[in-house]
Design a protein around this ligand. Structure first.
Ligand code: HEM
Ligand SMILES: *[C@@H]1O[C@H](CO)[C@@H](O)[C@H](O)[C@H]1NC(C)=O
Ligand SMILES: *[C@@H]1O[C@H](CO)[C@@H](O)[C@H](O)[C@H]1NC(C)=O
Ligand SMILES: *[C@@H]1O[C@H](CO)[C@@H](O)[C@H](O)[C@H]1NC(C)=O
Ligand SMILES: *[C@@H]1O[C@H](CO)[C@@H](O)[C@H](O)[C@H]1NC(C)=O
Ligand SMILES: *[C@@H]1O[C@H](CO)[C@@H](O)[C@H](O)[C@H]1NC(C)=O
Length: 433
């Protein structure tokens, strides 16, 4: 064990003390949980045996041996042939002439199918762990109030919060933010990512990242665990019914200066997270409770509200026999399909930088073995905290708007309207000062 600081030295001292007390106190007599050292490699699972032993479960890792370190024959072949991720990325982002051919032929479908199945197979499904359970069990599978976890939680009885490495106490979060997360200087994104993208990311992901803070950081309020458009329709039926007009399948709305916007909470009585000083007539009612936070989010909420109601008009004209419920349910499915299409063909396309023209086509996966079930993981949420994308201030229609004027201020959306906001947010690297 490496001892680099007084703190971990102290932890070691306490452990030694624990060892010395062996026999005098049953609860302190246990040796260190060997799984705290993370001995199992290549995704092998550490299982304790006896009082101080462990075994690595190497099932389906492609490795064997005490610590799952010895590759099986086919693993050797695989690793020999597999191009490195860097090489794959290089190919996907270069060779325009090659992709010119791929983009226009059946090769595009073939590769897209490969992208989807390869990526999906990286994720354990059925889901494995959650913040309470570091081993397989029914509860971790069935209790969807938890986020799942790709990595099991650190065993509770370890010498350090990270197992056996690192300091005995985690650093002060403020210090962590100061040193690792806080952006001091705005650097424009080399790919030209703009605020329309940033707010799309935030809007889209907050349908499935809804940490249930009151219950615990390992829990989520978004029980759909995926793209269910709960940020438009609410994450439960009561909320959905309050947001619905219950006529023609539509959602409630208000009209200001001839433009459609989400209703106020007076018209659609749902709980929203606004600070107390925001008067009720300025509280917009949206599926996601926090979307009053930023005009960029209420802008997308407005766009999707308009889109839902637009779809309802078309459906009703085509299917005059459908009732409110069927119009609503069908429009929701269409909105979800449109969302996934935008996410794959515009959003992920931009993020990836690939020359392969990505495609949303559910039929690509017909006849393949593909897991449609989804479970959002805690790690995914942690990785999606893309706050450094935010500029120092917002420039809208010639006005510079600071954060105190921007956050929880629905007047910004209502004053400028969707078009001017979308326009302002569409300029790449807008605040590169
Ligand atoms: C000015 C812009 C933004 C503000 C003021 C803001 C504010 C916040 C706040 C207050 C939280 C809750 C933190 C907590 O509960 O500990 C949060 C969480 C989060 N934010 Fe942002 N945010 C902004 C932009 C973004 C953007 C652009 C993204 C991009 C995807 C993003 C992703 C997230 C995620 C993933 C969470 C965790 C949500 C959850 O687990 O419930 N945020 N943000
Ligand atoms: C497996 O890991 C343990 C703990 O790190 C180590 O003591 C042991 O020598 C390893 N076994 C093999 C076969 O490498
Ligand atoms: C193939 O499609 C991608 C994504 O739309 C595009 O960026 C790329 O320029 C296309 N490649 C060629 C050579 O047409
Ligand atoms: C899920 O787990 C939490 C925490 O253990 C518990 O309070 C809750 O009742 C469980 N929910 C279900 C549906 O089992
Ligand atoms: C809305 O919030 C109030 C006050 O926090 C609470 O009493 C009420 O139960 C909430 N309503 C719903 C439907 O969540
Ligand atoms: C909210 O935005 C409006 C329109 O931009 C602005 O006039 C007002 O001062 C803002 N409110 C606050 C509290 O900054």
């Amino acid at each position: 064990m490496k001892v680099s600081t007084p703190a971990s030295f102290f932890a070691l001292f306490l452990l030694l003390l624990g060892q010395l007390c062996h026999g005098t106190d049953e609860s302190r007599s246990r040796t260190i949980n060997p799984c705290c050292h993370y001995p199992c490699e290549n995704w092998g699972i550490c299982v304790r045996t006896g009082l101080d032993g462990y075994e690595c479960d190497c099932t389906r890792t492609g490795y064997y041996g005490e610590n799952c370190t010895i590759p099986e024959f086919w693993s050797r072949v695989y690793w020999f042939l597999k191009p490195s991720p860097d090489v794959v990325h290089y190919i996907l982002t270069h060779f325009q002439w090659l992709w010119d051919i791929v983009n226009r032929t059946v090769l595009r479908d073939w590769l897209m199918r490969a992208v989807l199945t390869v990526r999906a197979n990286l994720i354990p499904n059925p889901p494995t762990y959650n913040s309470k359970y570091g081993y397989l069990n029914w509860e971790a599978y069935s209790n969807t109030t938890y986020y799942t976890r790709l990595l099991p939680p650190i065993p509770e009885d370890c010498p350090t919060p990270m197992g056996s490495k690192g300091k005995a106490e985690l650093p002060d979060p403020d210090l962590l933010v100061q040193n690792l997360l806080l952006r001091t200087k705005f650097r424009p994104d080399p790919q030209g990512t703009n605020l329309m993208f940033a707010f799309f990311a935030q809007h889209f992901t907050h349908q499935f990242f809804k940490t249930h803070n009151r219950v615990g950081l390992g829990f989520t309020k978004a029980l759909g665990h995926g793209v269910d458009a709960g940020h438009i329709y609410g994450d439960n039926l009561a909320r959905q019914l309050n947001l619905r007009l219950l006529r023609d399948g539509k959602l409630k709305y208000q009209v200001i200066d001839g433009e459609v916007y989400p209703p106020t909470v007076a018209e659609a009585s749902v709980n929203m997270s606004y600070p107390p000083y925001i008067p009720a007539d300025q509280r917009l009612a949206i599926g996601q409770e926090v979307f009053g936070l930023l005009p960029g989010l209420s802008m997308y909420a407005t766009l999707w509200l308009r889109e839902h109601n637009r779809i309802c008009d078309i459906l009703k004209a085509e299917h005059p026999t459908w009732d409110d419920e069927q119009l609503f349910q069908t429009a929701r499915l269409i909105v979800i399909g449109e969302t996934i299409r935008i996410v794959i063909e515009d959003y992920v396309q931009h993020l990836s930088g690939y020359n392969l023209k990505l495609k949303f086509d559910p039929t690509l996966l017909f006849g393949t073995s593909f897991q449609y079930g989804n479970r959002i993981s805690l790690e995914f949420s942690q990785l999606y905290h893309w706050h450094p994308l935010m500029p120092d201030s917002f420039l809208i229609d010639g006005d510079e708007i600071t954060y105190p004027q921007f956050i929880f201020n629905t007047s910004v959306l209502l004053k400028y309207g969707v078009e001017k906001l979308a326009d302002a947010h569409s300029h790449g690297n807008l605040q590169a000062r």
